[in-house]
Design a protein around this ligand. Structure first.
Ligand code: ATP
Length: 889
């Protein structure tokens, strides 16, 4: 079918046969590979063309809108009106370079973030050639059969041909925020888009049930593609810190303005010319403005984001980079995040008998008990495990793999160990109906005809099945009265050994065609399955690191309390004598009670996803900064509420990923710890840059002010100031963004989010270095003049004092607390490249005639250099002593 026909068809008013015929699709086994290739050639990939963001010209223009830049532009304009063409030219030039750097860096950071966001795979389950496959959603073509479950984002426009309890949120397309129930009936042609309940539209999300549909439109030809409302916005580069710096810059601007006016007035009062006082005011404004700050902050954040990505944590929202550094509590799921999610059945309990199972992983090598006869309740237990199951077991490259839920995969493996073949059994006893597993319901059920009897099989949390069981199967498969205590004891002993326990039961349903979704009554209990899911070794180390860093790690799991506690102990998460609180304990607590409990308890079991939101709120009410993991559709509100919502890249639903600030590519808890560490590092590097850069600006401001007050010529001209600011910011300060994480970073407590960016010690250090710069450059300038050297020479000395002191101070700023020696002289090679480039630039500024002419500098001799470096070393030592004194205090 061609593209236009596909687009104009009203699929909702076609019956299923007609729709299938038009699409040349087969609902029961999907397209063949050759058909897919043919269709891809016609329709292309299933991808929407991204909407163009702000154009480059507008983005560049916005760079000039910053208040600090406006001041520079004003200074440049007035300078040119005064006929100072060279000065005006350089001021404009620098402003332009600054804007271009900001523009490029912002563009890069935005692109990097957007690329990372795209790297989060969006997969769909597709039926092709009779096989269920997980594929990238871009691989879909019209006619493909897509299977949907709760939490899926619809990958293309689908005509549904199966919908079981399927409900979708379509707000992004129709604006309707309540969920819409889906079905597969034919609808009248004039049905509006919002009421086409037999369709599922690209970009909308399924929040419950199961369904299947055939792709009718892909990419830009989907309804969403046509109105292109869903295209990802450009990522927001503002973070709390950049916002605080913007506020700070505005205050700085006012202060600079006042000082400039003061300078002007004092000078005039003294009888200086208006022109020279204006130049002084310009010098002051130009000097005191930290031009490089915004770009440096963006670059540091962008470097942090890419470092986190290397450690398998993808940042979706930039502010998360900073918040991570303040995290005080990490609430983590157990299964798959703290544990491997590699389930192996270790024990079975059926008909009152316990049996162990040997073998490891998904390879079906291993035995059930020694000489155990597979019959009666045990056989039924294994059969139920195979039939009430959506997973598949494959051997790929001599490796056994599970497609689907590992818990269910383990049930297929144990059945194979008993000699069962799931394919044969599933064909022999096909599924007539099913209730999918869901973390709130905590069980799954399927309906089958077994040798003439219609039976529903249930598997799930024991608490959901045992209370509803009236009888149980004995070892010979005969029904006897249920022995509740005995079953509970068996389950408890498995759970205490850290096993995940599933109950299995069945129900005779007469001739019912469908399963009753309400809680089952009168079940016949079959048995228990206990499976191991070992803690991830890296998670054990990561939990230890977090605790040393003053971060509490809390386990919030849907699993049983004893299993959870046992795993938590193995992970070193528990305090002495700790017990686990369960979802029902939580439900009984009021908000006050919950706030008290979350202070001390680290293990929360049998928690319903909706309770996670309450837990996050209680922790936040206690002043905690909370990172929370989640993977299911019900986790989305908690992920949004948490300070850092973390979704699982492999096992997470699309809904959870959309709600999250960060996505873990391998689902491993260790990546969270790594991200926290990087987050702390980024923040440190930002503070280091600020501490390094402000003294230059303040120092320059002070020099100008002092010169005006003392009535001397300016020791540095506005142009020279611009030179210093621009070159040192790029070649010296920016190198701090590459500073490796300090070793002790995870031995410090988290930084409270409200603490000021600079503490008293750093403010003092900035003042100290500003004063040192004033003393050095003004002092040596006066000395040069007193010795009868030219003004250009004296100014060149003053400029070089600034650069040399800043270069030396850079080594002091590599750690704000430790000495430069302890940091290791060569641990950040970027610093050395920067310093060498800077040395070259200063040599050019001092000795190249063209530069001499442009910047009013002049060559200086060895004695001058000696003085400059002597002062640089002195400043370096003074700051070193200050650091040491502070550390001792
Ligand atoms: P976490 O919340 O840490 O990821 P979890 O995977 O144990 O832990 P849920 O997926 O909510 O949490 O599972 C809760 C309970 O539901 C499990 O303890 C188990 O008894 C039962 N269960 C889990 N998976 C299935 C399944 N596929 N079919 C039936 N019951 C299941």
């Amino acid at each position: 079918m061609d593209k236009t026909a596909q687009q104009s068809t009203a699929w909702h008013c076609l019956d299923l046969e007609t729709a299938a015929a038009r699409l040349e699709a087969r609902f029961d086994d999907g397209l063949r590979e050759d058909e897919v290739l043919e269709r891809r050639a016609v329709h292309g990939e299933n991808r929407m063309t991204p909407k163009a963001g702000k154009g480059p010209i507008l983005r560049l223009a916005l760079q000039f809108g910053q208040p600090l830049v406006l001041v520079l532009l004003l200074a440049g304009t007035v300078t040119s009106l005064l006929g100072e063409w060279v000065d005006a030219g350089v001021i404009f030039g620098v402003t332009l370079i600054n804007a271009v750097i900001g523009f490029i860096q912002e563009g890069r950071a935005e692109n990097a973030l957007a690329a990372l966001a795209r790297s989060i795979k969006s997969e769909v389950t597709v039926l092709r050639g009779g096989c269920k496959q997980r594929l990238s959603s871009t691989a879909l073509v019209p006619g493909d059969v897509v299977l949907l479950t709760a939490g899926d984002k619809v990958p293309a426009d689908l005509r549904l041909f199966l919908a079981k309890d399927l409900r979708a949120i379509e707000a992004m397309l129709t604006g309707e925020s309540t969920a819409v129930a889906k079905h597969d009936d034919v609808l009248p042609e004039d049905t509006s888009l919002a009421d086409r309940c037999n369709m599922a539209y690209a970009g909308t999300v399924m929040i419950s049930g199961q369904g299947a549909g055939v792709v009718v439109a892909t990419g830009d030809r989907t309804e969403t593609g046509r109105i292109s409302r869903l295209i990802a916005d450009t990522p927001d580069l503002a973070t709390p810190l950049t916002r605080r710096m913007a506020v700070f810059s505005n205050w700085l601007l006012i202060a600079i303005g006042l000082l400039a006016v003061l300078t002007f007035a004092v000078g005039l009062g003294r009888g200086e010319s208006a022109f020279s006082m204006f130049m002084a005011a310009v010098a002051l404004a130009v000097g005191a403005i930290p031009e490089g700050l915004p770009a440096a902050m963006t670059i540091t954040l962008a470097i942090g984001v890419s470092r986190m990505a290397k450690r398998r944590a993808i940042i979706r929202k930039l502010p998360a980079v900073e918040t991570l550094g303040s995290t005080t509590v990490i609430c983590s799921d157990k299964t798959g995040t703290l544990t491997e999610n590699q389930m192996t059945v270790r024990e079975l309990y059926a008909g009152g008998l316990r049996t162990t199972v040997s073998g490891n992983g998904y390879a079906p090598g291993g035995k059930i008990g020694e000489g155990t006869k597979i019959g009666g309740a045990l056989r039924e237990c294994l059969l139920a495990g195979v039939l009430c199951n959506d997973a598949a077991l494959h051997k790929a490259n001599r490796h056994w793999e599970v497609v689907g839920d590992p818990t269910e995969g383990a049930l297929l493996v144990v059945a194979r160990k008993a000699g069962f073949d799931e394919g044969t059994l599933q064909k022999l006893f096909p599924r007539l109906d099913g209730i999918p597993f869901d973390s709130t319901r905590q069980y799954m059920a399927t309906l089958h005809d077994i040798e003439g009897v219609r039976l529903a099989y249930y598997k799930g949390a024991l608490e959901q099945l045992l209370p509803h069981s009236r009888s149980m199967l004995d070892a010979d498969g005969l029904a006897v009265a249920v022995r509740q205590k005995e079953i509970e004891l068996a389950a408890r002993s498995m759970a205490e050994a850290g096993l995940r326990v599933l109950g299995v039961a069945r129900l005779g349903v007469g001739s019912a065609q469908v399963l009753d979704p309400s809680a089952p009554e009168g079940l016949e209990f079959i048995g228990l399955v206990g499976m191991v899911d070992p803690p991830r070794p890296k998670a054990i180390a990561a939990v230890r690191t977090c605790r040393a860093a003053g971060i509490e790690v809390k386990m919030i799991t849907g699993d049983h309390a004893f299993t959870a506690l046992s795993i938590a102990r193995q992970l070193g998460m528990t305090n002495n004598g700790e017990t686990a609180l369960t979802g029902s304990d939580l439900a009984a607590l009021d908000d006050e009670g919950l706030r008290a409990v979350v202070r001390t308890v680290n293990v929360f079991a049998r928690v319903d996803p909706t309770q996670k939101l309450r837990l996050v709120r209680a922790l936040q009410a206690n002043g905690e900064v909370v990172a929370m993991t989640g993977d299911g559709v019900n986790d989305a509100p908690a992920l949004k509420q948490a300070d850092i919502g973390i979704a699982m890249g492999l096992s997470g639903t699309e809904v959870a990923k959309d709600a999250a600030d960060m996505v873990l590519t391998d689902d491993d808890f260790a990546a969270i710890e790594a991200a926290v560490e990087e987050g702390r590092g980024v923040y440190d590097n930002l503070v280091k840059f600020i501490t390094w850069t402000l003294p230059t600006n303040f120092g320059e401001g002070l020099v100008i002010l002092a010169a005006v007050l003392a009535g001397t010529t300016l020791p540095i001209t506005p142009l020279q100031i611009l030179w210093i600011n621009m070159t040192t910011a790029v070649f010296l300060g920016l190198m701090l963004a590459f500073e490796p994480i300090e070793r002790a970073i995870m031995h410090r407590p988290p930084r409270p989010p409200a603490t000021p960016i600079l503490d008293a010690a750093l403010v003092w250090r900035i003042v100290l270095v500003s004063l040192l710069l004033l003393a050095g450059s003004f002092g040596l300038f006066l000395l040069e003049m007193a010795q009868g050297n030219s003004l250009a020479e004296a100014r060149t000395v003053a400029v070089n004092v600034f650069v040399v002191v800043e270069a030396m101070y850079l080594f002091n700023c590599r750690s704000l607390t430790h000495s430069a020696r302890r940091v290791g002289l060569f641990s950040n090679p970027a610093i050395w490249y920067g310093v060498l480039t800077m040395a070259l630039l200063q040599a050019l500024l001092t000795y190249l005639p063209l530069m001499n002419r442009l910047f009013a500098t002049a060559p200086i001799g060895g004695r001058e250099w000696l003085e400059i470096f002597a002062f640089g070393v002195l400043a370096f030592l003074v700051v070193g002593i200050d650091k040491r004194l502070h550390a001792q205090r």
